[in-house]
Design a binder for this molecule. Sequence first.
Ligand SMILES: NC(=O)c1ccc[n+]([C@@H]2O[C@H](COP(=O)([O-])OP(=O)(O)OC[C@H]3O[C@@H](n4cnc5c(N)ncnc54)[C@H](OP(=O)(O)O)[C@@H]3O)[C@@H](O)[C@H]2O)c1
Length: 285
Amino acid sequence: MSSRTILQFEGKIGFPDLQSLRRHSTALTTSRPSDGAFALYTAVQANKAALLPSHVPYTSGVVVPFALEAAVCALSVREPGPCMPGVLTPALALPYPSLHPSSPPTKILIVNGAASSVGSTTTQIAAAAGITVFAISSARNFELAKQSGASQVFDRHDPSLVETIVSVVRATGLEFVGVFDAISTPENYAQDLEILRALGGESHLACTHPPPTEGVPVGVKTGMIFAVNDVVAPVFRDFVTPALESGLLKCLPAPTVVGKGLEFINEALKRSKAEVSGTKLVVEV
Ligand SMILES: NC(=O)c1ccc[n+]([C@@H]2O[C@H](COP(=O)([O-])OP(=O)(O)OC[C@H]3O[C@@H](n4cnc5c(N)ncnc54)[C@H](OP(=O)(O)O)[C@@H]3O)[C@@H](O)[C@H]2O)c1
């Protein structure tokens, strides 16, 4: 493997945040210590690695791979598959990102939690697949959502958020795909379901945690992503390196390097638990 390879699971470079690390190291599914993190060298599946262009520092590149896998799982799975007992993955069946997204777009997706790592990457990947994205985040992260490729941004604290976003989506005349909720809390679900109810029709609610079981409007399919999914392989193979080279794919949210060495893990954990907004915590090892 080249020394300028993005590692899917952070071993050589650092990690986005400890909670993510533990959940998303491939050791989660393989149970092999060699696939775990907290090591200088970590085994990586060849179909989940891509060359990191020389102008991109490791500490930036590390924010991409895991969120990318989550994003592609949210957008491009074609048939619902197992996620956890009783919960299926969503199947939005949207196209893969392209180096030359077709225009004009015909579909529109709402990303709730667009300032998060998974939300901003899903925004980027959807935009590169030619989908119009409306992003919901707090106002302090509007710039991040726009940099990620959102066409319009909406303040999650705005009391008239639902009415506003529903009327603007309707006004586009585009085919409404559904909502991807990167945060997936009960409060967010209440918002999502109101939006989906008002927009009506066949659509999706794709979640990062188990989806709501009550109040889901008829015609809305729900699912939870499982971000260890080979659906991402063509994106690593064909898209990641040239897209990073051209700037189409950006390393967002920008990293905050907590320190160098395993001794900084506790500090990173503490900061992660306090609050992380519009950034990704990285520890170099
Ligand atoms: N199922 C899976 O396979 C899978 C995969 C990946 C991640 N996840 C889960 O997905 C979630 C997101 O992970 P992440 O690493 O992307 O998170 P993250 O980057 O740590 O998210 C932090 C951001 O979330 C935003 N936020 C917090 N509460 C919000 C709310 N109620 N509505 C909208 N935005 C909100 C904040 O933005 P503002 O400051 O702008 O509010 C903040 O910037 C986590 O719960 C993680 O466990 C699941």
